[in-house]
Design a protein. Sequence first.
Lengths: 675, 483
Amino acid sequence: MTATHCPYCALQCRMTMDGPRVSAGELCQKGWTAGALLGAPDRLREPLVRDRRGGPLRPASWDEALDLVAARLRRVLAGHGPGGVAVFGGGGLTNEKAYLLGKFARVALGTPNIDYNGRFCMSSAAAAAQRAFGLDRGLPFPLADLDEADAIMLVGANVAETMPPLVRRLRRARDRGGLVVADPRRTATAGLASLHLAPRPGTDLALALGMLHAAVAGGLVRRDDLERRTEGFAAAWRIAARWRPEEAERVTGVAAADQRAAVGLLAGARRAYLLTGRGAEQHATGSDTVSAWINLALALGLPGREGSGYGSLTGQGNGQGGREHGQKADQLPGYRRLDDPAARRHVAAVWGVAPEDLPAPGPSAYELLDSLGTETGPRALLVFGSNPAVSAPRAGRVSRRLAALDLLVVADIVPSETALMADVVLPVTQWAEEEGTLTNLEGRVLLRRRAVAPPPGARGDLSVLRGLAVRLGRPAAEFPDDPEEVFAELARASAGGLADYSGIGYDRLRAGEEIHWPCPGPGHPGTPRAFLDRFAHPDGRARFVPVDHRGPAERPGGDFPLIATTGRVLAHYQSGAQTRRVPELAAAEPGARVEVHPDTARRAGLADGDRARVVSRRGTAEAVVRCTPGIRRDTVFLPFHFPGAERANLVTNPALDPVSRMPEFKACAVRLEPA
Amino acid sequence: MSPRRVVVAGYGMAAARLAELVRAADPAGERVALTVVGAEPRPAYNRVLLSGVLAGTLTPADIALHDRGWAERNRVGVRLGVPVTGLDRRGRRVRLADGTSLGYDDLVLATGGRPWLPPVEGLSDGRGGPAEGVATLRDLADCLRIRELARPGAPVAVLGGGVLGVETALGLAAAGARVTLIHPAAHLMERHLDRTAGMILARLCRAAGVRTAIGAAAVRHDPGEGVKLDDGSVVPAALTVVTAGTRPETALAARAGLAADGGIAVDDRLRTADPRVRALGDCARAGTPPQGLLRPAWEQAAVLAGLLTGTAPDARYHAGAPVTRLRAGGVDLTAFGETRLETDSADAEVISYADPARGMYAKVALDGDRVIGAIALGLPDAAAALVQLHDDGAPTPADRPGLLLGRALPPAAGPGPDSLPGTALVCRCNSVTKAALLRAVRETGGDVAALARATRATTGCGDCLPAVRRLAARRHETEGTPA
């Protein structure tokens, strides 16, 4: 029996494994069936190489594959310089992998071109939390604190499907009539709420402004707290002053009375939380939208008060740790900034390199993918733990960019859609076959344990990075492949940073300690609740950020009268590369379905069960019509887990947030037609 | 090229918005040198929020539109407390009350509106202002004065039952004043509502403690006594608040020969007859007469900012359909478009619902499948949806009762497990159907823990526990379980 954690979302539920079988836990169907991933029939068990473009992938030895990759990388580096090579990581990688991947890019390749799929998840929430609090920890309080909440508002978060066990934490708020859910669909989560607000996609910022207005005009703001603990209320209020709830209603479609009721629930509760999810964040205005919700939370005095708070619900398994340790374009380990000279000196010293040898910040995920194989863009790409051919916005264009590379290398556990395009595929170990740490949505560091032996041909990602680094001329000692050793180095590199792990070690985690970062020394107990005494800005105060509604980058009208929004369904995870291979999950949700109001379907000449095309200015996605009266009539919903012609991202809009560089996954103009 | 000199006469909400948008389009002041001239001695404030000041939830500082340093930071010249008194169009100069003058390349008239005092004996002080014991409700000073006089228990008369009158009456009554609302027409808000809606609104006012005198005209105001009505009765009032509408402030334009009949007429570029002189907001008649609403003023400000800075030279203003909102106390009212068509209309499909006792009323007028007008009283959820349908020109939902009532219909109770078909999911987290659970009940004989082991139901979010318990209880039943 092995006590470990689920391979999927950021909730990282505890589970017990009996060999390859999940035997106990409080889990959703994905967790219970995760054992099937270990024995997936098409599991990659040996490296594959392609001898020529368009030719078949053929098995190869590890030495042959790694030699080939190193030789071709050297050729690109020689011809195009370090910028000719790019690295793309993932929010599912362990802390150790994310850390070593960043080091590999900056030290072994010397390239500024590294980013990861977390850019598509958490970047807006991260940017907004940094601005407001000086620190980005998804939930700056333990998840269990929600148990005691009288009121909880979820904005764009469908936890009943995306992380079902979290619903247990909503019990008390639900029983008190204090659960508010904002979502354009009546999701399973919205169905649990005492108040469901259904804003038009792309207008969440206006909703937050209307609610801030209602809070201030209703005399519900804690002025003493504002005075004592925050800066900038007046400027934020001057914008919100223009957004009477009646004005916000006109833009969002959410009744002014409901806006006031929601504010009343949050303000009237002794313990209240405001939580955002991707629905609020995955917009070209995502950072400002989250800032608007944080402004509301600050006005109501929630952050920094025990038993209340603001948080963002991290999505991917290691979405939190994955954004702290250097696989992000502008970042060094410990949540340090790559453009901060002091941070460069510290990390360079740990790595034994000169600070000036560290590259500058590089382009963000979509910009990086969009530039691949172009005149000025990278010629080679290494992908770890990601499937951008399905998950990136405007996926049709991204697939063409991937095809234009001189070299595409993919490390994965199964032949994902991106792996199938690669010149070299490296079979790596997964979750229950290896050890490693993850940092869950509450900033707690967890140790995943090995439950089974990996298949003979697979190697750990750390070992792959070490093998490549050595072939590129780096000393082997620079790239350890033992996770515990890598973690110890990560802890040193993070020391003194915002996300300080220096007091955390495998010994403490094995002993069962629950440690939330920052944990700045061996005897430090960790920090379950940040901000109780002070926020992380130098003066200890939180910041209101003056933000205004701008609206979605693409508005419906003309040939594209509807708004498409995307998201997850219970049975699948991310690009579906894992879950589509689990028979029970594939049976539960075999393919893409477009959720649509019966009125809207009828106008398009469609009925429940028909095959439909969802057409945007960028492409067409196919799906089966599922009629549901719970969705707005101007909105259709597409899950993003499916490949090929069913890729939701064939239609999505790559308009980027100016601060976080988050693409606008959650609102684009489409039409619906029979397939 | 030197920047164009733009002078804005007036520093109310429209002028403030225009100044902000001009600077958003031209932050460095390279295109436009902007001067704003305000008659009030303070920077612009948000008039719409005066009700909050009246209610005491907002302070005067809260409703300021600009902070102290705003003008300087944004390179806007602001002159306060000096009304524009004269306009020399040929010389392109305005004269200010302090004797100074300003030259302009473009002049924007944003002089706003002023409250109208009906010709009732004793209301006016003889100089156009309100008499002793009488107040209008337009600016901050009015508001502070009313707050002073309308103490709890004080008798107050509100003259005029339009939106502002009803809101004021309800607000003052909530604050403890003994309010009588006097309205000369046959029902309240007759410009916006039909008779039934007006009648229900009056009931709601009375339920909120406001006496009503509807269909009654005021004939005289006596300070210290109150308002005498045309039926001879007297409404006692220590304070009489006049809410009989506003008139566009057009004196300056009229003196300068820019015709001003019911507002300064402007074209879709907000130009008066003199292309160097523009107007916006409550003083301007841009297609339709000014409504005293904020949204048109802001839309006009956006168009004008684009034109004056040259950043949007093709911008044009088109008047949208105004939506009337009234919210005070427990009253929530929305009305727009065609509101007086009745259900027997030959011109449109009209649907209505009336529940006077509960203060609810809905009426929707349809042309084909487009909403052309609606009233929603006490049905805020329906109101929100109707306004969006109207704004978008979107087709009307097939569910007409839902259209009228919104979420006010009682939610259908979720079916218990007994009434579910066998194929229905009981545990969503683990895709467990009722049939699978019943099979497990037969096979394990089981308690809930055994069912959880066999099917994984209840192990995810835990929400199906009551349903699973109920199905588990069926092990005591005799045969005949449907599956």
